[in-house]
Design a protein around this ligand. Structure first.
Ligand code: DAH
Length: 397
């Protein structure tokens, strides 16, 4: 290494490119210039062309620049790199400014070399830009990916109304005893609602059921006994064992214990020799299932036009076990339904021979059962459709 070479060969601080100002006849005027050039050091070659000139090692610069471009990790970083390399005050652009210090004959080669350097650096930047843009896109796609395997939001849905719970529970019990479940029309006729139930026009029992008539003949059924009458007519002269649940309607002012709409379940068993004691055994079984195994039932004589004899059925109070409490109004007994042996007139009208076939029937109000069983104090709760009310009975399902 000769002296001029060793003078020109400057070892530089990391991250900094230093270039010796070239083209000078007098070495004393040569002042090293510092070009900011990230992550790089390079050699300066002194070319002997009669005079001393300086050539930057373009290949080294290119190599360093490409390395940095390649290592850049984000579009922002790449752009900063572009400015520092190719920008007006960038290191490569600054090389051009050195042109003026070169001898004339070196200028074209130097200029071409710098242009070529510029070209390859900007091509590399463009390429890397595409790579990083694709990478950024991939990251975006990845981060915005909708994971369809996540469980969705559970749609909130309602609960069964306690009336439906009671209805289902009773149906299950009766089906277990061999009964079928039959439903009828809510709009029925005066004929099935009253005439066939042994309540002819002008009968005082009609006053007990203030009805909602649709025309002279059609009305909203006032009791599920209307279904019983149709089942009898359709089944005669064969045996029957059915329960018939459904909504019934009466013209009434609504309050805590009255509703113009409520639910009943009718029961009907017809066969040869069906004694009242069968009814008692059946109802005792059902009452114990519904209200607890210690329940007793009792029959009290009553009157219904469609049964003879007729009874009201009471069950011992499930709150006080028959001792007497506010729920049973101190009596120890709670009335749950009306029942009796199907009236011979009813059997005859439907097509049965009452001397050969007989049976029992009962009608139970489902609101009453639900109110007793769940301690509900106002019949209107069943019909206001407040989900908070219904949710209370989830545990009974
Ligand atoms: N239908 C009667 C009512 O609504 C209830 C009833 C009583 C039905 C006795 C019956 C029965 O089948 O035998 O008040």
């Amino acid at each position: 290494m000769n002296s001029s070479w060793s003078k020109g060969l400057i070892s530089f601080r990391h991250h900094t490119v230093i270039m010796v100002e070239s083209v000078s006849d007098r070495r004393s005027r040569m002042v090293p210039r510092v070009f900011p050039f990230l992550h790089s050091s390079f050699f300066i070659a002194w070319l002997k062309t009669g005079k001393e000139v300086t050539m930057v090692d373009m290949n080294q610069i290119r190599e360093d620049a490409l390395k940095q471009i390649d290592a850049s990790d984000s579009l922002g970083e790449l752009d900063a790199l572009r400015v520092s390399l190719l920008g007006k005050r960038g290191s490569i652009q600054s090389l051009m400014k050195e042109m003026k210090n070169l001898p004339k004959e070196e200028k074209p080669a130097f200029g071409a070399a710098v242009n070529e350097l510029k070209q390859s650096v900007s091509e590399a930047i463009e390429k890397q830009k595409e790579v990083l843009a694709q990478k950024a896109l991939n990251e975006k796609i990845e981060s915005e990916k909708i994971d369809i395997t996540l469980p969705g939001l559970r749609p909130s849905h309602g609960n069964l109304n306690p009336l439906n719970l009671v209805e289902r529970e009773l149906e299950d019990l009766f089906v277990g005893l061999g009964y079928s479940v039959i439903e009828g029309d809510e709009v029925t006729t005066d004929f099935y609602c009253f005439e066939r139930a042994n309540i002819p026009q002008g009968h005082p029992a009609r006053d007990m059921q203030d009805s909602l008539f649709i025309d002279n003949e059609k009305l909203l059924r006032t009791h599920t006994t209307a279904i019983q009458m149709q089942v009898l007519e359709e089944s005669a002269p064969n045996p029957i064992k059915v329960v018939c649940p459904g909504k019934v309607y009466r013209r009434d002012d609504d309050d805590a214990t009255h509703s113009h709409q409520f639910m009943q379940m009718e029961g009907l068993v017809i066969g040869e020799n069906v004694p009242l004691s069968d009814l008692k055994g059946t109802l005792e079984f059902v009452a114990r299932k519904m209200f607890g195994k210690d329940r007793e039932i009792r029959f009290r004589p009553s009157y219904f036009p469609f049964t003879e004899p007729s009874v009201e059925v009471d069950v011992t109070c499930h709150m006080c076990n028959g001792k007497g409490c506010p729920t049973c109004k101190g009596t120890g007994w709670i009335e749950i339904l009306g029942a009796g042996e199907v009236h011979p007139n009813v059997l005859r009208m439907a097509g049965y021979d009452p001397d050969k076939m007989n049976g029992f029937a009962f009608g139970v109000g489902l609101e009453r059962i639900a109110m007793l069983k769940y301690g509900i104090d106002d019949i209107r709760h069943f019909y206001t459709n407040d989900r908070r009310f219904n949710e209370t009975f989830d545990r009974f399902d």
